[in-house]
Design a protein around this ligand. Structure first.
Ligand SMILES: Cc1ncc(COP(=O)(O)O)c(C=O)c1O
Length: 292
C-alpha cells in the first residue's frame, strides 16, 4: 500500500502528495525539519525531537501552523493512518508559498508536511562489520554565519560532503570546522574511544545537537564510561581505539577506517558494541505505544 502523506491537515497517497512550486522551502531552502524513528509503535525520544523542531523554528522566526499539542496529534495520527509500527517520520515545515523574491512576509501560512515511510540507512551486517569513512574537503559552515544547531532545509553543505563519500565509495564523510577541528559527519555525529574514554566534539563546534548523540552520552553515564565533550583533531581520530557515528537513521554505526587509517584492529570495538546493544534495548522499550 502507498504511504499516506500529511500536508496541511489532509492525507494524500504518496504519488499525489505535492506542494506549490512557489513554496519557499523549495525556492530558498527556507524551512526546518526533523527526522524521527518509530520502533515497535513508539516514537523514540519524541519530546527531544519536538523540542529541537520548536527551537529551529524560533531561530529562523518561523511561525508553525499548529500549536505543539495539535502538531503532535497530527504526527501520531499520521503514523497510525499508515499502520506501521517500525518507521521513519520526516516532519517538514516550510515558510509556505510566496512570490519569487526571498521576502518571507510574502508567504502566507507555513506548510506542514509529515511523511511516514520505511528506512534502511545501512544493511544490518554493517553494524557487526563497521564501515570505512573519509574526510570531506567541504567544511562545516561557521556558526556565526549560520548556526548548525537549527535543523534547517539548507543541506547543500552536507550534500557536498556526501558526494565526496560517494566518489570514494564509502557511506559517510567526516567534516571539519573552519579551523580544521573535527565537527561531525554529513548527517551523523561522531564519537571516538581512547584509553577507555568516550570523546566527542562539544556543542560549541558547528554541529547539530544530535538526539542520538545525547542518548549515547546518557548511556555512557549509565555504563560508567567516562565521556568528554572536547576539541578533536584528525590526529585524535586516526589514533583512536574505536570510532562510531550516531544519528536517527544510522543509530550507532561502528567506523573501522578513516582516510585509509585503520581504527583499532579494524573491527568494531567493545565499547561501541556495548553501546549499540544498550541503544537497541532502550529504543524498543521507551515511550508510549501509539497502537496500544
Ligand atoms: C548534520 C547532522 N548531524 C547529526 C545528525 C544526527 O542527529 P540525530 O541523532 O538527532 O538524528 C543529523 C541528523 O539528521 C544531521 O543531519
Amino acid at each position: 500500500m502507498e504511504p499516506k502523506v500529511y500536508i496541511d491537515g489532509r492525507l494524500y497517497p504518496k504519488s499525489e502528495a505535492k506542494i506549490s512550486v512557489f513554496d519557499h522551502g523549495l525556492l530558498y531552502g527556507d524551512g526546518i525539519f526533523e527526522g524521527l524513528r518509530v520502533y515497535s509503535g513508539r516514537i523514540f525520544r519524541y519530546k527531544e525531537h519536538m523540542d529541537r523542531l520548536f527551537e529551529s523554528a524560533r531561530i529562523i522566526r518561523l511561525k508553525l501552523p499548529l500549536e505543539r499539542a495539535e502538531l503532535e496529534r497530527a504526527v501520531e495520527d499520521t503514523v497510525r493512518s499508515n499502520g506501521v509500527r517500525d518507521a521513519y517520520i520526516r516532519l517538514v515545515v516550510t515558510r509556505g508559498s510566496g512570490d519569487l523574491g526571498i521576502d518571507p512576509r510574502k508567504c502566507g501560512q507555513s506548510t506542514l508536511i509529515i511523511i511516514v515511510d520505511k528506512i534502511t540507512v545501512y544493511d544490518e551486517e554493517l553494524y557487526a562489520q563497521g564501515i570505512p569513512i573519509i574526510t570531506s574537503s567541504t567544511r562545516r559552515i561557521r556558526p556565526d554565519m549560520l548556526d548548525q544547531r537549527a535543523k534547517s532545509l539548507n543541506y547543500l553543505n552536507s550534500i557536498m560532503a556526501k558526494m565526496e563519500a560517494n566518489i570514494a565509495g564509502v557511506g559517510e564523510a567526516l567534516m571539519l570546522d573552519c579551523n580544521g577541528n573535527v565537527a561531525e559527519c554529513s548527517v551523523d555525529n561522531i564519537f571516538i574511544v581512547k584509553a577507555g574514554k568516550l570523546l566527542t566534539p562539544g556543542l560549541e563546534f558547528p554541529i547539530l545537537a544530535g538526539v542520538t548523540r545525547a542518548v549515547v552520552l546518557e548511556l555512557a553515564q549509565k555504563l560508567e564510561i567516562p565521556a568528554v565533550e572536547c576539541t578533536l583533531t584528525l590526529h585524535d581520530v586516526y589514533c583512536a581505539d574505536e570510532c562510531f557515528l550516531t544519528g536517527t537513521g544510522a543509530e550507532l554505526m561502528p567506523v573501522i577506517s578513516v582516510d585509509s587509517r585503520t581504527i583499532g584492529d579494524g573491527r568494531p570495538g567493545p565499547l561501541t558494541a556495548g553501546l549499540l546493544r544498550e541503544f537497541r534495548a532502550l529504543h524498543s522499550a521507551e515511550g508510549i505505544d501509539l497502537f496500544g
